[in-house]
Ligand binder design. Sequence first.
Ligand code: HEM
Length: 267
Amino acid sequence: MKLPTLPKPPVPKRFQDSPVPPGEPDKLTALEQVKETGIGAAAWVDERTSLAGGVRWMFFRKVPKGTNWFYTLGSATMFAFVSQAITGVFLAMYYTPSPTQAYESARHITNDVFLGEFVRGMHKWGSSVMVILIFLHMARTFFFGAYKYPRELNWIIGVVLVILTFVMSLTGYLLPFDQRSYWATIVAANINGTGPLVGPFLSDFLRGGADFGATTLSRFYAIHMMLVPVLIAALIGAHLYLVAKLGTTAPPWLRADKDEKLREERV
Ligand code: HEM
């Protein structure tokens, strides 16, 4: 039985399958059969959901001339976030957010759990990688002037994303509950307390009261593994929707070139 097939996506001809020449047997190789089955499954889902149009709208986009490696920094940041989310789920399977057990559970992950040290290391170093990438991506969009009309809202969403990434770093730092993380977080909460107007309320909120204790740790854990990741994931969704809707900005040197030509034409 021939499986239903999806309509061809609007990709350049050279990437599309060439038709079988007339007279040649329509025999499928094992790989082609796997491909057909995949396409058949996708068509089955599409027939019931009409999702293919949305997927094509998101992924088969024209990009401006001059698009280069700097444009991959946003996706790299997203990859870092996904890696943090996956490694975080595995760490949460063994971590206990209690002042008497947190340090011991983190030690147990590193010393006893299969691949525990590796996953914990990925999560720890991955957090720095994400912060570095988000800054590089921000710098790329800034220096390419991508924050200007009509992409201001995407820039604002980006600013919220960068703040949420800092919140992840701050709340995650306390979780091993060793001397360094304990005292560093006390310093951070006190610094927050010196902020104008909202400062004292913010530090009280972070501590979960006037004192630093068991509530602080469970509060930081809940913020770190539930609240902020969900917010980041939702905002990345909105950010990417706007990227797909508005398209990406051409590099400034090409735009300058075009402006120059336009000016010449006008004279
Ligand atoms: C979790 C953090 C973030 C993720 C996953 C992310 C992801 C992306 C992706 C995949 C793109 C399209 C490709 C590219 O230009 O690299 C993009 C574009 C953009 N991002 Fe981000 N981004 C993040 C944070 C930020 C931040 C912090 C800012 C700025 C404050 C920002 C501002 C923008 C802007 C203005 C664009 C449009 C670029 C253009 O039109 O050329 N993003 N982002």
